[in-house]
Design a protein around this ligand. Structure first.
Ligand SMILES: CSC[C@H]1O[C@H](OP(=O)(O)O)[C@H](O)[C@@H]1O
Ligand SMILES: Nc1ncnc2[nH]cnc12
Length: 290
């Protein structure tokens, strides 16, 4: 069984993770291009952790321009087995107020101008996405949140819009009417790519606003998101520290097989595979491509 390495992707307002011991920065090269930043790695308790801010330090990359493939690839190369993705989001429910954390378990992908797969012509693969979140990892985050006294809800649906503009009023009402819980701009294709890379994934969606549907709250703007996200940064650090301190030494086999997602997923016959693409897939699909 693989040694567990806990990855953390920080979102808006979370560009650093305080409390990492033996901290070092590593620029990991990827055949998929430039990741958002160098990774910062070290230990929390006995657990090895690897941190990457998805917008880069200084918030340089917009949701549409983040190189999600390079980010997941470098985390895979860093040995990450379990990945906690932290995201700011708007809420479609009265009870999910700014400051609360939602441990979402479903995603709806409304993005349309991002590279959504490591695979393609020369090596076609179809991985299961019915259950995009690793339930054991999610349970560990929920337990840590309970122990730290952090208000949270287990389960929910995150709709990922392309952005960078926030939703229109009609869109906001539509998403609310469809029963979605929160809205953001970054969980997709991140979750899909993590699945292709056989990394167990879970999202901590930090509610920063009520988007624009709520009659008694102002429409979302960046200032509101940033104010709440900044206040939440310390809470996120506390949550991650608790998850890390209680993390098992070995990666726990995932009940939804996120860590075996490529078993039987590759359709392209070995003789028809593109050697150049196979070389790029060395980290992501090395387990099955050999
Ligand atoms: C700063 S407002 C919009 C911005 O905030 C969220 O970022 P992240 O998911 O990385 O925390 C949202 O997805 C947008 O990128
Ligand atoms: N209302 C919202 N819509 C999209 N992304 C967000 N990130 C934070 N709040 C958001």
């Amino acid at each position: 069984m693989a040694r567990a390495v806990l990855g953390i992707i920080g979102g808006s307002g979370v560009y650093d993770l305080p409390g990492i011991a033996d901290l070092r920065e590593e620029a990991i090269a990827s055949p998929w291009g430039e990741p958002s930043d160098v990774v910062r790695r070290g230990r929390i308790g006995a657990t090895e952790v690897v941190f990457l801010p998805r917008h880069g330090r200084g918030h340089r990359h917009s949701p549409s321009d983040i190189n999600y493939r390079a980010n997941i690839d470098v985390l895979k190369r860093a040995g990450v087995t379990d990945l906690v993705s932290v995201s700011a989001c708007g809420s479609f429910r009265e009870e999910l107020f700014p400051g609360s954390f939602v441990l979402v378990d479903q995603f709806v992908d409304r993005t349309f101008r991002r590279h959504g797969s490591f695979f393609g012509s020369g090596c076609v693969a179809h991985v299961p996405m019915a259950h995009p979140v690793g339930p054991l990892l999610q349970r560990r985050i929920a337990a840590a949140a309970a122990q730290e006294g952090i208000p949270h809800r287990l389960g929910g649906t995150y709709v990922c819009i392309e952005g960078p503009q926030f939703s229109t009023y009609a869109e906001s009402l539509t998403y609310k009417g469809l029963g979605y819980d929160v809205v953001g701009m970054t969980a997709m294709p991140e979750a899909k790519l993590a699945r292709e890379a056989e990394i167990t994934y879970a999202t901590v969606a930090m509610v920063t606003d009520f988007d624009c549907w709520h009659p008694e709250h102002d429409d979302v703007d960046v200032a509101a998101v940033v104010a709440v996200a900044r206040r939440n940064a310390e809470t996120v650090a506390r949550l991650i520290a608790r998850v890390a301190r209680d993390f098992p030494a070995e990666h726990e086999p995932c009940p939804v097989r996120s860590d075996r997602a490529l078993d039987g997923a590759i359709m392209t016959a070995p003789s028809a595979r593109d050697p150049a693409l196979l070389r790029k897939l060395d980290a992501v699909a090395g387990r099955v491509l050999g």
